[in-house]
Design a protein around this ligand. Structure first.
Ligand SMILES: NC(=O)c1ccc[n+]([C@@H]2O[C@H](COP(=O)([O-])OP(=O)(O)OC[C@H]3O[C@@H](n4cnc5c(N)ncnc54)[C@H](O)[C@@H]3O)[C@@H](O)[C@H]2O)c1
Length: 364
């Protein structure tokens, strides 16, 4: 598959093998007055890419800063540090910041860009599957606070997103599964045909077979764009993307955001719980549930997460739903499934934590 392009209202997403070669022309097009470029890079991205990019941008003054990324450093202190550095280097709004890394780098550097001198040019080069199919789209930027994840942030779009699939070759298998979780979510909530494609091709995606992978990334970005372009500031429709995430976030907090369970894994578990509740409440058919469950089973995902899919673990996590951003008044809002490709409307199903506990007790 050749390089493909998706067009959002005010930025493009360029996807495929060697798409990174478009970087110089994209900078020229979108940042014509740029003289200095700060590249903030996840230190796990292989150095050969850093060399390749530097070589392509010889005509600019380049500053490189490596970040050893983790949820713990995704905070306002790190933002301050970076901003001080950019101020010291005398960066202007017409210059450019490039973020090269996973969702942590993308979210944090997007945020830095949005507040630096009220907004400097930003280009996102996502380097994990999760960031390529999900977090690079939709303009949500931000960092964590001691009160919870992503509580400080802004909406700010990059000038362009370049999704270089070669970056994924060095990514641990576990991280590939995490990105796959969001691909699967997009199919389940919006596109039955894509879900059927995933039923046949999940193995190929997980083993990074180029054509299937590029096609799936393209499709996934397109679905996310559909929601974020219609509801940029998450007033309603966009909340459908939270499918499976209420349980996922609670499980992540319960596990103290440790390496034991990372975000994508929690999303895979959370989606299955949401589908199980949807079936129990007769919102979706048993057939819908079985199709999803069988995809999980076939790809050994149930086996992998069995220890989290039990009553005790889920009940322990429910108290952490209190801090969820999706909670207004005293209740927590859930997105459930009606059929593959169709969810309930945001705000329609809201429960207190006691009600959720009772549901889980009946179901697991
Ligand atoms: N803005 C949004 O809309 C949005 C959506 C979903 C998730 N997120 C955020 O994204 C973050 C999770 O993103 P993530 O899963 O990409 O995590 P991440 O950024 O922590 O990356 C995962 C791991 O992969 C490593 N890594 C990155 N690129 C690599 C490469 N090419 N080769 C080898 N290792 C590499 C990182 O160092 C890290 O250890 C969370 O903070 C979450 O809140 C944001």
């Amino acid at each position: 598959m050749k390089i493909s392009r998706l067009k959002a209202k005010d930025y493009s997403i360029i996807i495929g093998k060697n798409s990174i070669n478009t970087l110089p022309s994209e900078i020229k097009k979108h940042c014509p007055k740029c003289k200095k470029i700060a590249i903030i890079i996840d230190s796990k991205v292989p150095k050969k890419f850093v060399m390749r990019i530097k070589k392509k941008l010889k005509k600019y003054k380049i500053f490189i800063h490596f970040i050893s990324s983790s949820e713990k450093i995704k905070n306002i202190n790190q933002v301050n540090l970076l901003i001080d550095k950019l101020l010291k280097l005398n960066f202007n709004r017409s210059d450019l910041i490039i973020g090269l890394g996973g969702g942590i780098v993308g979210d944090m550097i997007g945020f830095v860009s949005s507040i630096f001198k009220r907004g400097i040019n930003f280009i996102n080069l996502p380097s994990t599957l999760l960031s390529q199919v999900d977090s690079c789209i939709g303009g949500k930027t931000g960092v964590n606070s001691i009160f919870g994840k992503n509580l400080i942030g802004s909406f700010y779009n990059p000038k362009v997103v370049i999704v270089e699939t070669e970056f994924l070759k060095s990514l641990p298998k576990r991280e590939i599964t995490c990105g796959y979780a969001e691909i699967l979510k997009h199919a389940i909530i919006y596109d039955k045909n894509f879900f059927n494609f995933l039923r046949k091709n999940t193995r190929k995606i997980l083993s990074l077979e180029n054509n299937t992978l590029t096609r799936s990334i393209h499709k996934s970005c397109k679905i996310k764009l559909n929601f974020t372009e219609k509801d940029f500031r998450e007033k309603g429709l966009r909340m459908k993307l939270n499918f499976g995430h209420t349980f996922a976030h609670a499980l992540e907090i319960q596990n103290k955001y440790s390496n034991r369970l990372n975000h994508g894994e929690a999303v895979l578990i959370g989606m299955l719980i949401a589908v199980k509740i949807s079936k129990f409440k007769n919102l979706c058919s048993i057939n819908t549930y079985n199709q999803i469950e069988s995809l999980y089973r076939k790809n050994l995902l149930i086996k992998k997460f069995r220890r989290y899919l039990n009553k005790k673990e889920i009940l322990k996590s429910i108290k952490f739903m209190k801090n969820d951003k999706k909670k207004d008044d005293e209740k927590v809002s859930f997105i459930f499934l009606k059929e593959i490709g169709k969810t309930t409307m945001p705000g329609k199903y809201k429960y207190g934590t006691k009600q959720i506990e009772n549901l889980v007790k009946k179901l697991f």
